[in-house]
Design a protein around this ligand. Structure first.
Ligand SMILES: [Zn+2]
Length: 279
């Protein structure tokens, strides 16, 4: 992921003659990043499946696996193929935790829940959007560069401009997160904590394992370095809240950040961004 970003930065220095060049180059970088699904990285014991532009993570739990996030509806077969390459059957997915309700995280969640028999874990604020299959549309771009890049991506790859997705109906065995939760994961056999990490969306949650691995959804990203993102989400409801959530992640024991878009990076990079790019 950084490779694409650094290439873009070099190209900008060499070729950019104005804003239009910059926009096109960064849009191209985003396209490459999104198509490739990131460059991976991180501890070898972290299991991940790329479903289109989203990286889904698997954590062992009692009786199987906890899956963190799904992907766009159309990437369900890609996900199953990736799961198969890890030697994991869909029925071994016992829990599906959605870090937030966006279509690139919940797209095939409903289908997977039906077909695997898994149960859902979400923040209570995700429910209205999951039930309707429609996202909250309050987000603002980080800057004009991320706005341009995302606009190009949406024009090229998104048929549904409203970012709708198949509804995920509420079910009796869902586990609802209302804030920070130090007990839920432990009850499933996972040594970790769920933290409410709003900012990208109000319903954003993260998983922080006792070993410091933190699965943060879109609370942080590793993309578009040429847009000076520095791990900030390319869109968010509230960037000040994002920084507060980053502080919570660090104080909550996060050592290695595993974002849904891009490769893993050290939690110290969150601290350096907050220091170097105050809001
Ligand atoms: Zn998102």
């Amino acid at each position: 992921m950084n490779t694409h970003g650094n290439k873009c930065a070099c190209m900008i220095g060499k070729f950019a003659r104005g804003r239009m060049h910059f926009t096109v180059l960064c849009a191209a970088a985003l396209t490459l990043v999104l198509i490739s699904g990131g460059c991976g990285g991180g501890a070898p014991d972290v299991l991940a499946v790329d479903s289109g532009v989203t990286r889904d993570y698997l954590v062992k739990c009692a009786g199987g696996y906890l899956l963190i996030d799904t992907g766009y509806e159309k990437h369900y077969d890609d996900f199953l193929a990736g799961l198969g390459r890890l030697g994991i059957a869909p029925g071994q997915v016992r829990w599906v935790l959605l870090t937030h309700h966006h279509d690139d995280h919940s797209g095939f969640a409903g289908r997977l829940l039906r077909e695997s028999g898994a149960s859902l874990i979400v923040h209570e604020k995700a429910y209205p959007f999951l039930a309707q299959g429609k996202p909250e549309l309050l987000m603002k771009p980080l800057n004009w560069c991320t706005e341009a890049a995302f606009t190009v991506f949406a024009a090229l790859f998104k048929k549904d401009k409203d970012h709708g997705f198949p509804p995920v109906p509420r079910r009796a065995n869902d586990r609802i997160v209302k804030g920070d939760d130090g007990e839920l994961l432990k009850s499933l056999g996972v040594n970790g904590t769920i933290l409410h990490t709003p900012g990208h969306t109000d319903d954003s949650i993260s998983v922080v394992l006792a070993n410091g691995s933190a699965f943060v959804g879109d609370c942080a990203m590793d993309m578009l370095a040429a847009c000076a993102c520095a791990h900030r989400p390319i869109y968010a409801n509230d960037y000040a809240q994002v920084y507060e959530s980053w502080k919570k992640l660090v104080s909550g024991g996060a050592k290695m950040i595993y974002p849904s878009h891009g490769g893993a990076f050290g939690a110290g990079e969150l601290e350096s961004t907050m220091r170097d790019k105050p809001l």
